[in-house]
Ligand binder design. Structure first.
Ligand code: NAI
Length: 312
C-alpha cells in the first residue's frame, strides 16, 4: 500500500516539545541533549528518580528547558497522569514522542518464564503501546504536526534463542510503527522506527530494574552476566551520535533509522531467506491475481467506508 507523504516535515526543532522515555540514560539522554541543543523543550520520563535528577541537572546546565517525570511506562494510570502533567507544565501535549525506554535480559528461550515474558514484553512493547495510546489522541487533538519515534532494535528483524521475548517485543514495535506511519500521515504526524545494533549505554544493568512481582526468571542475571554485557556495550555507538541520526530521521520523516553499516549483510541474508520461501507469480498466475484483486478491493472498500464514517 502506498503511504501518503506527510504535508509538513518537522525540520525546525525550536518550539517543539519532545517527550522521551528512558530519557535519564543512554539513547534517551542522548536524544534529550541533541533535541534540546536543537531548540526543543524536553520532557524526560524514566523509572529511576536518581538518574532523572542527574540528567535534569546536566541538561539545565546546558541551558535546555527540561522537565523530569518518574514513572513506570508499564503503568497506564501513571502514564496518563504524566501526560496531564506535561500539558500542565508546558501548556501543550508533546509534538515529538520518543519511545526509547527498554530493558533486556538474555537466557535460553526454553527456560523463559512467564515473568521473563511479562517484564520484557511489558516494557519493550507494552511501554510503547502505552505511549502511543496515551499521546496520539492528544497530539491529533492539538492539530499540530508531530512525530513519533520508537527505539526498537536490530534484534527485532530476527528471532533469537537467547533473547526470545526481547526480540519478539522489538519485532512487534517495528511492525507497530509501520502501522502508525500509515495511519497518522493524514494528521501530519510522522513516524519512524530506529533499530540500533549496539549503544554505549547502561542497558547491561537493566536486570536491576526488574519489578519484584516479575522476579521469577529462568535466566542467570548475576554480576558476571552484567560484566559480560558491559564488555560489548562499551564499544557501542555514542548516544549523542545515535541521537543525531534520529534527529535527521525525524526531520526527513524516515521510516527506518539504522545507522549501523555492519548490519547490512545480515539483513540482506535475512530478507533473501524470507523471499526464497515465496514462489514466483508464474507458478500460480490465476490464483495469485484472484487473491490480490480480492484484497485490493477489500482495502479500497474499507477506505471508502471509513471516509464515509469520518464524514470525508
Ligand atoms: P539504558 O539502560 O542506558 O537506558 C534505558 C532507560 O530506560 C534507563 O534509564 C531505564 O531506567 C529506563 N527504563 C527501563 N525500564 C523502564 C520502565 N519500565 N519505565 C520507565 N523507564 C524505564 O539503555 P539504552 O541502551 O540507552 O536503551 C535505550 C533503548 O535502546 C532500549 O529500548 C533498548 O532496547 C534499545 N537498544 C539498545 C541497544 C544497546 O546496545 N544498548 C541495542 C539496540 C536497542
Amino acid at each position: 500500500m502506498r503511504i501518503k507523504a506527510i504535508g509538513r516535515l518537522m525540520r525546525d526543532l525550536s518550539g517543539q516539545l519532545a517527550f522521551i522515555t528512558g530519557g535519564a540514560s543512554g539513547a534517551g539522554l542522548g536524544q534529550a541533549r541533541v533535541f534540546g541543543r536543537a531548540g526543543a523543550k524536553i520532557c524526560i520520563a524514566d523509572i529511576r528518580s536518581d538518574a532523572i535528577g542527574r540528567a535534569v541537572a546536566k541538561l539545565k546546565a546546558e541551558g535546555i528547558e527540561v522537565h523530569g517525570l518518574q514513572f513506570d511506562i508499564m503503568d497506564r494510570t501513571a502514564y496518563a497522569k504524566a501526560a496531564d502533567e506535561v500539558e500542565a507544565v508546558f501548556g501543550m501535549p508533546p509534538t515529538i514522542v520518543s519511545n526509547t525506554a527498554g530493558v533486556n535480559s538474555f537466557g535460553p528461550i526454553e527456560h523463559t518464564t512467564f515473568d521473563d515474558f511479562d517484564w520484557l514484553i511489558g516494557v519493550n512493547l507494552g511501554g510503547v503501546v502505552n505511549g502511543c495510546v496515551t499521546f496520539i489522541p492528544r497530539m491529533i487533538a492539538s492539530g499540530r504536526p508531530g512525530h513519533i519515534v520508537t527505539v526498537s532494535s536490530i534484534g527485532g528483524f530476527q528471532g533469537s534463542a537467547l533473547a526470545g521475548p526481547y526480540a519478539a517485543a522489538k519485532a512487534a514495535t517495528i511492525n507497530l510503527m509501520e502501522g502508525y506511519r500509515q495511519g497518522l500521515a493524514k494528521y501530519d504526524i510522522g513516524v519512524s522506527v530506529c533499530t540500533p545494533a549496539n549503544i554505549n549505554s547502561n542497558i547491561a544493568e537493566a536486570s536491576k530494574l526488574r519489578p519484584a512481582h516479575l522476579a521469577a526468571s529462568g535466566y542467570v542475571e548475576d554480576a558476571q552476566a552484567i560484566a559480560s554485557l558491559q564488555s560489548i556495550h562499551q564499544h557501542g555507538m555514542d548516544p549523542d551520535q545515535l541521537a543525531q541520526t534520529i534527529l535527521e530521521g525525524i526531520r526527513a520523516n524516515a521510516a527506518y533509522i539504522i545507522p549501523y553499516p555492519e548490519v547490512r549483510e545480515g539483513l540482506e541474508k535475512r530478507f533473501a531467506q524470507i523471499l526464497s520461501a515465496v514462489p514466483s507469480v508464474e507458478t500460480d498466475p490465476d490464483g495469485s491475481k484472484c487473491r490480490s484483486d480480492a484484497l485490493r478491493n477489500w482495502v479500497a472498500g474499507r477506505a471508502r467506508a471509513l471516509s464515509r464514517n469520518e464524514g470525508g
